[in-house]
Design a protein around this ligand. Structure first.
Ligand code: NAD
Length: 351
């Protein structure tokens, strides 16, 4: 069941107005980036109470999801005398939601915050599960907390201005939901051109899958780890390209990770080869093939070593038994990690 804090709407301004009128906040900080300020803020501007609101627009991009930005937010909140009855509104993609939520959850030991996700990725993934945080020392989401927003308002209207590459990045997480939990959902997506998918319905369905898993295991002690399918290798790939360039979008890196981990699934958890090949074919066709430099092959074991699912320095991955059935805590050797990227690389040779 979906929590009351999660609101699907086709009229974001009306929802937000109702919410603000029924809660007495002392001050409001709206956090956005310069893109969401331009494209998304106009849709809610009229309902923001002018006398108590301020707005901060940071430059867009993952490279700003860092402690220096959070410090500047804490600084602004302190200087403007925000008290514990204040509210933060995070209007943007996963970067704004993760980081703004983290700043709010830690300022004065926590003030209310609401998330208004404006990317497909943030709607289907970052909107559920209460994970907040920042990147640190080059590692993704290295510092953070679990805390649910007071409200999440999901309105697909924001997708109208989202660049296609960003839309596709979110689609990777939707595909992951099918791969880990629902074979029918996966099949349904790969049968028709992805650009024409009915996003409003899909968002609700995907959020439902994620919420079901998160409710069963809120703090990722067990089952919730299945949501990390594709992310052990995917995060390593994302971190590498964040450092070395060209930067990959989150979903693009996770698409590489899902192909590599489908390979590991066949080797370690019995995913049939024809299913592995179908996954690889669709993901490479849809997301293109990323060239894997030798340097990444040299560094991937070290990068994967930072994964939060590891225990006692053993890499543990979430892998598929079949499409729609995922298992977790599977130990993966360094050799397997490297082999999985060689497998991914070989697909480019064939293409
Ligand atoms: N908390 C979680 O559970 C969770 C889950 C998945 C991903 N994440 C995090 O989310 C982040 C990635 O999120 P993202 O892909 O949304 O990235 P993002 O926040 O960087 O947004 C992507 C780009 O789209 C622009 N944009 C956003 N909405 C727009 C709109 N409606 N119109 C035009 N442009 C728009 C942004 O300015 C940015 O340039 C990563 O940091 C990842 O770690 C968190």
């Amino acid at each position: 069941m979906l929590p009351d804090s999660l609101v699907f709407t086709a009229d974001i301004a009306a929802e937000l107005r109702n919410f603000l009128q029924s809660n007495e906040y002392s001050k409001i900080l709206l956090l956005c980036d310069t893109n969401t300020e331009k494209h998304c803020y106009p849709l809610i501007k009229e309902v923001m109470p002018k006398e108590i609101s301020m707005r901060v627009a940071i430059p867009p991009g993952e490279e700003h999801k860092r402690i220096e930005t959070v410090v500047s937010l804490w600084d602004g909140l302190t200087r403007q005398h925000f008290d514990r009855k204040a509210l933060m509104i995070n209007l943007g993609g996963g970067v704004i939601g993760d980081m703004g939520g983290f700043a709010a959850a830690t300022y004065k030991r926590g003030i209310d915050f609401i998330n208004i996700p404006t990317t497909l990725l943030a709607m289907v993934d970052a909107s559920v599960g209460g994970k907040l945080g920042i990147d640190f020392e080059g590692f993704k989401n290295q510092v953070g907390v679990f805390k649910d927003p007071t409200r999440v308002f999901i309105d697909p209207v924001f997708l109208n201005t989202l660049p296609e590459r960003q839309l596709r990045s979110g689609y990777a997480e939707i595909l992951k939901h099918g791969l880990i939990a629902n074979a029918w959902y996966w099949e349904r997506h790969i049968e028709s051109p992805w650009r024409e998918h009915p996003w409003a319905t899909i968002i609700e369905h995907s959020v439902g899958i994620k919420q079901g898993v998160v409710t069963a295991d809120p703090f990722e002690k067990g089952l919730r780890k299945i949501l990390n399918f594709g992310h052990t290798i995917g995060h390593a790939v994302e971190t590498f390209f964040l450092k070395e360039g060209p930067v990959l979008l989150h979903g693009e890196a996770i698409a590489v990770g899902m192909v590599a981990e489908a390979f590991l699934s066949t080797k370690l958890t019995g995913l049939p080869e024809d299913q592995r090949d179908a996954i690889a074919r669709y993901l490479v066709d849809t997301f293109g093939h990323v060239e894997i430099p030798d340097k990444l092959l040299e560094e991937v074991v070290e990068l994967v070593g930072q994964d939060k699912k590891n225990e006692a320095n053993v890499v543990k991955a979430s892998l598929l038994k079949t499409i729609g059935n995922c298992t977790f805590n599977i130990p993966v050797s360094s050799g397997d990690v490297i082999d999985s990227l060689f497998y991914y690389r070989s697909l480019g040779v064939q293409a």
